[in-house]
Write a protein of this length. Structure first.
Length: 108
């Protein structure tokens, strides 16, 4: 099992969509953390993404990081159901919101 603790490893304040918008954006997280971690997984391994410890997560961040993962990589929603676990004990609504963005994103 691999883990990314967003609050500890990325930022406590994940906001924004594109890297040109500033630091700690969904695009930056996707490109520099999420995709590399997924690519390193062994066939039976799962990536756990932990949102606890963040001080609110902007919708634009979530949509670009996770919906953008569908649009900008070879991963499908079915792949991610097997390879990704989202954890948020502090705000469980983030789990459903993240999976909604994954499920509604369209390949380019």
């Amino acid at each position: 099992m691999a883990t990314i603790d967003i609050g500890l490893e990325f930022t406590r304040y994940p906001v924004g969509r594109f890297e040109r918008d500033g630091e700690h954006t969904g695009e930056g997280f996707r490109n520099h953390f999420l995709i590399p971690a997924l690519n390193k997984l062994t066939p039976n391994e799962v990536l756990v993404v932990i949102f606890d410890g963040t001080m609110g997560v902007a919708s634009a961040f979530l949509e670009e990081a996770f919906g953008g993962l569908i649009r900008n990589s070879s991963y499908t929603a079915a792949d991610l159901k097997e390879k990704l676990e989202i954890v948020s004990n502090e705000d469980p609504t983030l789990i459903d919101e993240t999976w909604e963005y994954i499920g509604t994103a369209k390949k380019r």
